[in-house]
Design a protein around this ligand. Structure first.
Ligand code: RP5
Length: 166
């Protein structure tokens, strides 16, 4: 587990295995860049089902406002998490060895009506965008975050505009 930026975590980043960290560290880094207090944990819908259920059910009471859940293969962590909380849950499908992440994507995205999971792209882009999505949710009620997000977009566009090709 890691805790980043002092204060109660507003975002919880959870992942099914330590092997997901190399991808999910990008979510951690993006949240740190925006100064959003967050925590990162490993827990598995299959290997530690009780931990995953208890964590999800208790997150809102601890002040968490958004949960990012990453898993690969039979990727049920985001769905199980969403089943235990009414907090927004963002799912990040990990790029798996066997099927290149298509298994993770379908397992994460194909939720039954009634229990939503906001599913992002497979792998690193999904990890970064899940963090940006979490920032956007938090920014609705936090003007300083809204300003930072607008500035992020402005710089990103500036970089694209300044590209020169050989
Ligand atoms: C999933 O199985 C994890 O989220 C990970 O993406 C995948 C493989 O896990 P390890 O066998 O590397 O622990 O539960």
């Amino acid at each position: 587990m890691t805790d980043n930026n002092a204060g109660n975590p507003l975002v919880a980043v959870i992942m099914g295995s330590k092997s997901d960290w190399e991808t999910m560290r990008h979510a951690d880094e993006t949240l740190t860049e925006f100064g959003v207090a967050h925590e990162c944990h490993v827990m598995s819908a299959h290997r530690s089902p009780q931990l995953a259920s208890e964590f999800s059910a208790g997150a809102a009471a601890r002040g968490v406002e958004v949960i990012i859940a990453a898993a690969g293969g039979a990727a049920h962590l985001a769905g199980v998490t969403a089943a235990h909380t009414i907090l927004p849950v963002l799912g990040v499908p990990m790029k798996s060895d066997a099927l290149n992440g298509m298994d993770s994507l379908l397992a994460t995205v194909q939720m039954p009506a009634g229990i939503p999971v906001g599913t992002l792209a497979i792998g690193k882009p999904g990890a970064i965008n899940a963090a940006l999505f979490a920032v956007a949710i938090l920014a609705n009620s936090r003007p300083e975050l809204r300003t930072r997000l607008a500035e992020f977009r402005r710089k990103q566009e500036e970089q694209i505009r300044s590209v020169t090709l050989p």
